[in-house]
Design a protein around this ligand. Structure first.
Ligand code: UGA
Ligand code: MN
Length: 256
């Protein structure tokens, strides 16, 4: 079955580098359909051209984050959830706009939310392909820990290894689960809540779809880390700015 990967993305200096790394991982995954959703009022030429040349099967969408929902310069990164409207737009497309191929039954598929800056093992995609409802696995380098993970006993998720508010309904990072397309289509109102308090974004979707008891542990009963919550350093532009003052800045016609 097809893996539909929903990725929110936004314009910044490292965007093309992030998308390059991500797309070149996805090129190694059979039957992957990338739903790339720009956080912008228009589809940008950088992303449009990038996708056209990517060699991937994709859908290009865009929706801007409402101004009052967007992080302002200087805000701590945890203040407001990111990528919410974009992931919801991806879900809307799957439910309303997706054309089903004559050869599939229209319901088969898996939905995964892949942020543009994480690091994904190819093995992860093979693990999630057999998702019946919601599958789960560990995420490395997240939550101020080496890894966060569901804890599995007797083949079932019984609790969660996390350093922060284990009482949350689903104390997991976005990268730590996948949902079957059938479940997404059967629950047309399930979506991410942009007003959810910090750490509750994942729960806001999942509580409309499953119970902890129903979670399907993957990656050897959640003992293998196959995805890492890496974050990319913001490049410094001190020299660039100094050169610009002298009219010697990098050629703006060169796309970076
Ligand atoms: C953590 C989680 O891993 C995210 O899944 C969650 O959305 C986020 O926290 C949150 O609190 O909302 P983190 O690394 O802090 O992730 O977040 P980012 O990687 O900066 O952003 C998540 C996604 O949203 C990325 O794909 C990014 O490109 C996108 N994004 C970010 C936007 O579309 N617009 C923005 O203004 C910022
Ligand atoms: Mn991130």
């Amino acid at each position: 079955s097809t893996i539909f990967v929903i990725t929110p993305t936004y314009a910044r200096l490292v965007q093309k580098a992030e998308l390059t790394r991500l797309s070149q991982t996805f090129l190694h995954v059979p039957q992957l359909h990338w739903i790339l959703v720009e956080d912008s009022p228009r589809k940008t030429p950088l992303v449009s051209n990038f996708l056209m040349k990517s060699g991937l099967t994709y859908t290009h969408l865009n929706v801007p984050t409402a101004k009052e929902r967007k992080l302002q310069e200087g805000d701590p990164s945890w203040l407001k959830p990111r990528g919410v409207e974009q992931r919801n737009e991806g879900l809307r497309w799957l439910r309303e706009d997706r054309k089903t191929e004559p050869e599939d039954d229209g319901q088969q598929g898996v939905v995964y939310f892949a942020d543009d800056d994480n690091t994904y093992s190819l093995q992860l995609f093979e693990e999630m392909r057999s998702t019946r409802r919601v599958s789960v696995w560990p995420v490395g380098l997240v939550g101020g820990m080496k890894f966060e993970s569901p804890v599995v006993e007797g083949g079932k998720v019984v609790r969660f290894h996390t350093g922060w508010r284990p009482s949350r309904p689903f104390p997991m990072d976005m990268a730590g689960f996948a949902v079957s397309l059938r479940l997404v289509l059967a629950n047309p109102d399930a979506c991410f809540d942009g007003e959810a308090p910090m750490g509750f974004l994942e729960s806001s979707l999942l509580k409309g779809l499953v119970t902890v008891d129903e979670l399907e542990p993957k990656a050897d009963n959640c003992t293998k880390v196959l995805v890492w919550h890496t974050r990319t350093e913001k490049p410094k532009m001190k020299r660039e700015e100094a050169l610009q003052v002298q009219g010697l800045g990098s050629d703006p016609a060169v796309e970076v």
